[in-house]
Design a protein around this ligand. Structure first.
Ligand code: HEM
Length: 500
């Protein structure tokens, strides 16, 4: 009897996780023919090939790139995650619709935590996000950010003098986080120590561990895929409990007292950092607007620092890697810096638009190796259509914004790293405005993109003025995906002080 029940259970599981989902994918194939490629793998779907790709080629994205290059006309890949359909949209005309109609989706819970991000700009409800983007948008315009270039120069130059740069990525992460905190937040938040770590080291480490656990721990990832946000607090594993305790210490023990103090002592028309803007809105809430809570103020700090730090530092590190590979380009860009910036200590706003070679190189590094491979995957809230493709409620949808960069349909000789392509009149063929969007696009694009470009130019520019970027090309390099694409080994890129 027990044996029959067991077999019946197995049959149900086989139906749900294999036959049913496989049939759904083949129905899509029948309907969309050459527009779609099927990629089924039990439970893990296309994500299985990330590991396979890394093992086979030393590059987590290589299999996906080769697949698209073999079949450049596919509009999307239909895959699965557990028993759900997962669509990886490659065609910019199709993913444009996902990015523009962002209200039709929620974000998957990777990097989500109720205490860390439930009301944050990254994961809040649409009305909340709209309110936050309105409040913060003004501070992120290029005109406002221009005033912050002295801080970026100062923090970087000091750190270049004093800090160890053996692990360049680690150096860049510490520098980027200090720049963001000093640019947008008050003194009280700059010098906090949590558990023996400075606040940004603690926050970045927490968020990296959270993301890794949600993606790579089988128990946690299956729980999330089945229960969504209800998974939090549901039979937590030991690892989850430890992380929850650290998050409590960060929010309740550290940030909340500072926020409460800031609210209690708020004086209007003072320096106006992000918290001042927000405290002002908190104190002057209108009944018809989404409520602003004290937790939201804590989450604002965490989300801005975490969204801006690792993204910038990984992309700068990979750009330095390519500069180390292409020493001729490095010299050309250095010469441009000498011509444009001369003997001035700071790289200033008026220099930025004249650094065209540096800008082109940064773009090409984004095109060839965007360390953020796609915006977070979305889940369809309701059934709807993208052109003739029906997206059922509950479908996972990833706008694979890196895909067009692999295709000769959009870029001439796409596998070649050729930064000068960006100097031509038309670097992108067949551009619908969504082909090259390293900062995503539409209503949920990167609010910090001007800050990111400005920081990247100043940081890379100052490094090139003072250091030679060296990559030992006899060392075998690999590109794992650890939330971000990064190079390995960590000490591959070296900065050697130039003799002036
Ligand atoms: C090279 C650096 C950066 C890259 C490649 C990057 C990329 C992105 C991408 C692709 C998104 C869309 C995410 C999604 O829809 O799931 C995003 C969103 C966001 N980014 Fe950035 N980002 C960078 C730097 C920054 C900086 C410096 C800040 C702030 C100081 C920042 C703040 C944000 C915020 C708050 C969001 C969420 C916006 C929303 O959901 O409405 N980012 N970023």
């Amino acid at each position: 009897m027990i044996c029959y029940i067991f077999l019946a259970g197995l049959a149900v599981l086989f139906y749900v996780f294999v036959i049913h989902i496989y049939a759904k994918l083949w129905l899509l194939k029948l309907k969309h023919g050459k527009d779609v490629e099927i990629s089924y793998f039990p439970l893990f779907g296309d994500y299985f090939y990330l590991t396979k790709s890394f093992k086979k080629y030393g590059d987590a994205m290589e299999i996906f790139k080769q697949r698209y290059q073999k079949n450049p006309n596919i509009k999307f890949v239909a895959s699965n995650i557990l028993n759900k359909v997962f669509l990886f949209i490659h065609d910019p005309e199709y993913y444009k619709s996902v990015l523009v109609n962002h209200q039709s989706y929620t974000k998957v819970e990777i990097l989500y935590h109720p205490k860390l991000s439930s009301t944050s700009i990254l994961f809040g409800e649409p009305d909340k996000v709209k309110q936050q983007r309105n409040l913060l948008g003004e501070a992120f315009t290029f005109e406002k950010l221009k005033q912050r270039t002295p801080i970026i120069n100062e923090v970087l130059l000091q750190k270049l003098e004093k800090e160890d740069k053996t692990d360049v990525l680690d150096f860049l992460t510490k520098t980027s986080s200090e720049i963001i905190i000093k640019t947008f937040f008050c003194k009280e938040l700059q010098d906090i120590i949590v558990q023996g770590n400075d606040i940004t080291t603690e926050m970045i480490d927490l968020i990296t561990q959270l993301g890794n656990m949600q993606m790579n721990d089988l128990y946690v990832s299956v729980k999330l895929a089945l229960l969504g946000r209800k998974a939090f607090g549901f039979f937590p594993s030991k690892k989850e409990k430890l992380l929850d305790a650290r998050i409590d210490r960060l929010i309740d023990g550290t940030l909340m007292p500072i926020i409460k103090n800031k609210i209690a002592n708020y004086k209007a028309n003072q320096n106006q950092d992000f918290l001042d803007l927000y405290v002002n809105a908190y104190l002057n809430q209108k009944p018809n607007e989404p409520k602003i809570t004290e937790l939201e103020l804590c989450q604002l700090f965490v989300s801005i620092v975490s969204a801006g730090t690792d993204t910038s530092s990984h992309q700068i590190a990979i750009t330095l890697y390519y500069l180390g590979i292409d020493r001729k380009a490095q010299e050309e860009i250095r010469q441009e810096l000498i011509n444009v910036v001369g003997d001035e200590v700071d790289i200033q706003p008026q220099h930025l638009s004249k650094l065209v070679l540096l800008n082109a190189f940064i773009y090409e590094a984004f095109r060839v190796k965007s360390t953020v491979i796609q915006p977070l995957t979305r889940i369809a809230k309701e059934s709807h259509y993208i052109q003739n493709l029906k997206i059922e409620k509950g479908t996972y949808v990833a706008a694979l914004t890196t895909a067009p960069s692999w295709s000769s349909k959009y870029f001439n000789d796409p596998n070649k790293f050729d930064y000068k392509r960006w100097l031509s009149q038309r670097p992108i063929q067949e551009d619908n405005g969504y082909v090259f969007v390293p900062f995503s696009a539409g209503g949920r694009n990167c609010i910090g993109q001007h800050m990111a470009m400005m920081t990247m130019k100043i940081m890379i520019g100052q490094i090139l003025r003072k250091y030679d970027v060296i990559v030992d090309q006899t060392v075998q390099v690999t590109f794992p995906l650890v939330l971000f694409i990064q190079y390995s080994p960590k000490n591959l890129v070296k900065l050697e002080k130039r003799k002036l």
